[in-house]
Design a protein around this ligand. Sequence first.
Ligand code: CDP
Ligand code: MG
Length: 834
Amino acid sequence: LGLQREVDSHLRGYISSKSVNKENFSDNTFSRSSSSSSLVSDEGVHEQEEPVIRNSIAAEKILQRKSLQLRNRQQHWQESPEGQKMVEFRRSLPAYKARDALLNSISQNQVMVVSGETGCGKTTQLPQYILESEIEAARGAACSIICTQPRRISAMSVAERVAAERGENLGESVGYKVRLEGMKGRDTRLLFCTTGILLRRLLVDRNLKGITHVIVDEIHERGMNEDFLLIVLKELLPRRPELRLILMSATLNAELFSSYFGGAPMIHIPGFTHPVRSQFLENILEMTGYRLNPYNQIDNYGQEKKWKMEKQAIRKRKSQIASAVEDALEAADFREYSPRTRESLSCWNPDSIGFNLIEHVLCHIIKKERPGAVLVFMTGWDDINSLKDQLQGHPLLGDPSKVLLLACHGSMASSEQRLIFDKPEDGVRKIVLATNMAETSITINDVVFVVDCGKAKETSYDALNNTPCLLPSWISKASARQRRGRAGRVQPGECYHLYPRCVYDAFADYQLPELLRTPLQSLCLQIKSLQLGSISDFLSRALQPPEPLSVQNAIEYLMIIGALDENENLTVLGRNLSMLPVEPKLGKMLLLGAIFNCLDPLMTVVAGLSVRDPFLMPFDKKDLAESAKAQFSARDYSDHLALVRAYDGWKDAERRQSGYEYCWRNFLSAQTLKAIDSLRKQFFFLLMDTGLVDNNTEMCNAWSHDEHLIRAIICAGLFPGICSVVNKEKSISLKTMEDGQVLLYSNSVNAQEPKIPYPWLVFNDKVKVNSVFLRDSTAVSDSVLLLFGGKISRGGLDGHLKMLGGYLEFFMKPSLADTYLRLKNELEELIQMK
Ligand code: CDP
Ligand code: MG
């Protein structure tokens, strides 16, 4: 009880002492964010209130003077030799022809939708046209333009580009702001930021006071944050009649957005790209004589098993697209192709991205094709890394000094970014491995060849089983067209699609919006913290509202973990969770780790769960790898604690300069451990912002050695992910309330144990294949479950008991339920006595 009080008073104290202007949006880019050095200089994190300038004549004068200064500076730059060159370049972009029409429409309408091919100048030019026209009208200092980007890397790179086009340094009239990083000065009039940043600003400034133009970019991607922002903005517009809203999209489905905003005018910028020839798999095989066999399509060496499971999971989901693809393949007729190609096609595995096939196509391009950079679209960061490792110095690719192999991802250092955009030396072939972020948000000019694996990692969510999955799935036709278009920027190009034409024909036209395919827990928390009323009502006003069942599941989950009370109001815990950019269950572990002074291990656990598993399980050395992992377990029946030990060991080894050797010996991924390391630093800064921890790291870790405590906090975070353990003669029987019998993934330390001397396991996630498999688990005792499972907040005891009572009854442990009730009565008497 004392602990509960302590938790509560900590949280409450925090709420009252802190303003709420932190970016908290669960922006998926979190795990790919900045380096630690930039964290220290997060000058842009705190909103700088503009000086209050009211109608006074003096203020008017200052504005006028500043506006004139801006105009002079702009003219000066445009007349300089470099400036003239820049102006010339900018005039050559397709957007320039539409400049007047765009500005006209903006002045006459509150909302406008702009579409145009990637690279036509929407992102870099349109915000500048607005800024310039305001400056020319000597109103420059009075305007304030915000342009949102779905990813932090595009916000940063676009801002840098626009500042260069204006002959300025970043932070003068143009700036950017992304989580934990920013370059923004007092006179910044055009700000590029992530969608999350604007949402956070709405938290403290519901009317966007002082903002004159909001530009929401890349709306065709239909990210959750963007769809969310549109609902909020739609409701804001009548309150701010002079505010202008511009929506920008790379594809032509502008009607949808226009009609959402009551028939807002649409302007399309006709683009210019060179023709790109599409080669589908059958042509590639025919042209190169490559022979596919089932073996050479195993992707990530050693991941075959995982693939098999995921393959079945895809089938199980019976996603419309997956079955349409299968049907199309069955009906396909490849009679006009050679027997060799036909045989190859019959071996083609649609569930594999086909590393060897990619390697082969790259080799073909290097040997046979004209100069030009190659852009390879992969599904995700893991694949990019594995493929990069596989390709590095590969003899098939010829002289390694003639190949510049680059990975394009969100946490790239600026120097690395520049390499991606720059033209390499003559004779050097630039190969960029990227995710679908290279589809529209960044433009690499010298790309002539595109290799498209046809997939993207997409979160999907099965509301019926309440299980989220992150699986590579087929992209849409719109995405495939975008990918192909990237090859025609400077000259006619070539696109290699690593799937047959008939599969392309079976793709959906557009991708399902994120709002309809992901769990909504974090979003619901944000709706509440923004005080937007009833969650269901709010979401029903979305462009395409999510299923009521998904919404209900999310609300129920938040109630179970104690983030919302029975009346759907944000609790103290909920408010704190809404400020952390991780899933609520992980946020809860961080908060409790801070409160209970055992922060270090919990930051490792949470970072590990939000990045990926650092334990490698190579296919041919599985036994060795499993026993290496088991060494970290020290018979404490916890994958999470094993991770903590592995990480701590690595840190020690790093200090002794032997980190790589340590990883090699223990089957650990150094790259993943590094990612965990950098994420931990970010967590620490975020928690410092909440006021729950201070610089005194010794204090925050006073209890870090106490494994019981850590176990308890893991339980508090992962509840209601619990299963009961019954040790049988030769096996262990595991059961969850929703699924009945479940199994453990073979790489769990608990899967190696003949017995688990604890009555419960808490787990991070489960995947349904033929049976339900639990991924990472930690064994916990009755008392830990009783005290930490469920809500920890004042007044939560009752609900907590009720809910646990249900679980205990279900698992037929009524005696425990009795103990609990007795405990409860005693506690209540105690409280009354006090
Ligand atoms: O937003 P949209 O895709 O329509 O195009 P943009 O990002 O405004 O880029 C317009 C042009 O600016 C591109 O075609 C590139 O030639 C150039 N650009 C660049 O050189 N460097 C950048 N970092 C961004 C754009
Ligand atoms: Mg753009």
